[in-house]
Ligand binder design. Sequence first.
Ligand SMILES: [Zn+2]
Length: 219
Amino acid sequence: MYAINHAATALLIKKNSPKLPLFPLLISVQLVEVLWVFFNYLGWEHFSISGGRVHLDFLPYSHSVFSGVAAAVLSFCVINCGYKNRKLALAFAIGVLSHVMIDVIFHEKDIQLSPFSAKPAFGLGILDFPILNFIIEFVYGLFCWWYFKGSKALLWTITIFNFLDLPMMLAHGDSLNIFVHYPFILPTVILFQILITWYFVYRYAHSKNDKNSPVIGEI
Ligand SMILES: [Zn+2]
């Protein structure tokens, strides 16, 4: 799943716990992806390109069921013990878990049960069908907005970023050569997407039109 719709998941959690600050929730739903970016920079994880498509291939440390659960438990302990905030700890842990659970639906069979063994690995492979991928992700993003009862600006944010993902979803063949020659570009593009969607979702989830959400100063 692309950055905007992972970020939209934070809206579901926020709606269920309106008193919790949104920004940590936005971090929680993308924690696993931020780890993926840095593990790629470090060479611990890698993607490949074959058959004219990007394959995420090797990401067992950031994106396995075991590491998702471990990151959720660790986050819970740090926030619960360090900040004495059990509600935020639980919401953050759910956000971390949501990432791997959602990615299992979209990824190819590359999400291992644990980093210690290549099998079993899970993934429904929706990423291999770009138009279907686009429709499901966009509908999911719209659902999160509707559930959250977000502002018009937030709806535009979700819509525009979903359409901006289309070229990446449809990219195939020679257009992917740049990622072969410069492997740091893909994680950098993803990192940029994470940061910019954090900014816009945070900003517009707090717009004046949105009576369900506290304004920034109230958090
Ligand atoms: Zn992911």
